[in-house]
Design a protein around this ligand. Structure first.
Ligand code: NAP
Ligand code: COA
Length: 264
C-alpha cells in the first residue's frame, strides 16, 4: 500500500524514462499507487514488458515501449504514443543512467562519452521531447541526479560530470519553463538498497559496510523513499517548488565526498 492517498495524483498521466527497474520502477509504482497512469521506457523490451506486467499485476494502468534515451526520435515517438493514448502528460521522470567504476586515466573516450550521452544528453532528450506534450500549466518534471553531481568522487569522473550537467539543466529549464507553469526539479538519491547502482559501486560486503559507516542515518535508503519524494514533488502540495535539487540520502551528501575508493 502506498504512503499517499490514491487521490493525490488521480487522473494524472506520468512518463518514466528508465522505468523498467530499480529506483525508477519504484517511482513508477509510487506514482501509480497515488492514482496516476504510468508509461515507461527503457532499452530492453523484455525488461519493459516485465515491468508493465508487474505494474498491471498490482492493479495499475500502465504501458511501455522500448526506447534508448540516446535516440531523440525514439524518445519523441514514445512520448507521442502516450500523449495520443492518454492526453497531456502531467509528470515526467528522467532517470535512465549508466554507471561503472573506472579511473579516468584508464577510461576510453567512448566510455566517458557513453555515460554523458545516457545521463545528461539523454535527460535533455527526454525533457526537450516531452515539452510539447506537457500539461501547461501544471506539469512536473523530475530528473534523477546523484550526489556525484556536487561531490567529486574517485573513479566516477564520467558520472560526476554528467550528473553535474543534469543539475544545471534542471535549474536552467526551471527558469525557462516556469512562466508556462511547468515545474522542473531533480532528486539526488543517496545509496539505495537492492539496486544495480549500488551493486556496481559497492561490489563487496566490505565496501558496503564501509560506505554505511559514512551515512549519518546509518543505513541505505529504500526505493520507497525516492518514490514518496517523487509523488510529493509531482503533487499540488509542491506547487511552489521549482529549480530545486532535493537530496534524499540519509545525510550522506554531507559525508560521502572527496577521494573515496569505493572498490576497497
Ligand atoms: P537501474 O536499475 O540500472 O536503472 C536504470 C534504468 O535505466 C533501467 O530501467 C535501464 O533499463 C534504463 N536504461 C539504462 N540505459 C538506458 C538508455 N540508454 N535508454 C533508456 N533506458 C536506459 O539502476 P538504479 O540503481 O535503480 O538507478 C536509477 C537512477 O537512480 C539512475 O539515474 C541513477 O543514477 C540514480 N541513482 C541511483 C542510486 C542508487 O543507490 N542506486 C544512487 C544515486 C542515484 P534497460 O537496461 O532496459 O535500458
Ligand atoms: N570500465 C571501463 N570502461 C567500460 C566499462 C567498465 N566497467 N563498462 C563499459 N565500458 C566502456 C566500454 O569498453 C566502451 O568503450 P570502448 O568502446 O572504448 O571499449 C564504452 O564504455 C561503452 O560500452 P558499451 O558496453 O558499448 O555501452 P552500452 O551503451 O552497451 O552500455 C553502460 C552502457 C556501459 C553504461 C552499461 O554499463 C549499461 O548498460 N548500464 C546500465 C545499467 C546501469 O549502469 N545501472 C546503474 C545506474 S546508476
Amino acid at each position: 500500500m502506498g504512503t499517499f492517498s490514491p487521490a493525490i495524483l488521480k487522473g494524472k498521466v506520468a512518463f518514466v524514462a528508465g522505468g523498467s527497474s530499480g529506483i525508477n520502477l519504484g517511482i513508477a509504482h509510487g506514482l501509480a499507487e497515488a492514482g496516476a497512469r504510468v508509461a515507461i521506457i527503457s532499452r530492453k523490451i523484455e525488461k519493459v514488458e516485465a515491468a508493465v506486467a508487474e505494474l498491471r499485476g498490482a492493479g495499475h494502468e500502465a504501458m511501455g515501449s522500448a526506447a534508448d534515451v540516446r535516440d531523440y526520435a525514439a524518445v519523441e515517438a514514445a512520448l507521442a504514443t502516450v500523449h495520443e493514448a492518454w492526453g497531456e502528460i502531467d509528470i515526467v521522470i528522467s532517470g535512465a543512467a549508466g554507471n561503472f567504476l573506472a579511473p579516468a586515466a584508464a577510461m576510453s573516450a567512448n566510455a566517458f562519452r557513453t555515460v554523458v550521452d545516457i545521463d545528461l544528453i539523454g535527460t535533455f532528450h527526454v525533457l526537450r521531447a516531452a515539452y510539447a506534450f506537457l500539461r501547461k500549466p501544471g506539469a512536473s518534471v523530475i530528473s534523477i541526479t546523484a550526489g556525484q553531481a556536487v561531490n567529486p568522487t574517485a573513479f566516477q569522473s564520467h558520472v560526476c560530470a554528467a550528473k553535474a550537467g543534469i543539475n544545471m539543466l534542471t535549474r536552467c529549464l526551471a527558469l525557462e519553463w516556469g512562466p508556462a507553469g511547468v515545474r522542473v526539479n531533480a532528486i539526488a538519491p543517496g545509496p539505495i538498497r537492492d539496486t544495480e547502482g549500488m551493486a556496481r559501486l559497492t561490489p563487496t560486503p566490505e565496501a558496503e559496510a564501509a560506505l554505511k559507516r559514512m551515512i549519518p542515518l546509518g543505513d541505505y535508503g529504500e526505493k520507497r523513499d525516492i518514490a514518496d519524494l517523487s509523488v510529493f514533488l509531482s503533487s499540488e502540495s509542491a506547487k511552489y517548488i521549482t529549480g530545486a535539487i532535493l537530496d534524499c540520502d540519509g545525510g550522506s551528501s554531507m559525508t560521502i565526498r572527496g577521494l573515496i575508493d569505493m572498490t576497497q
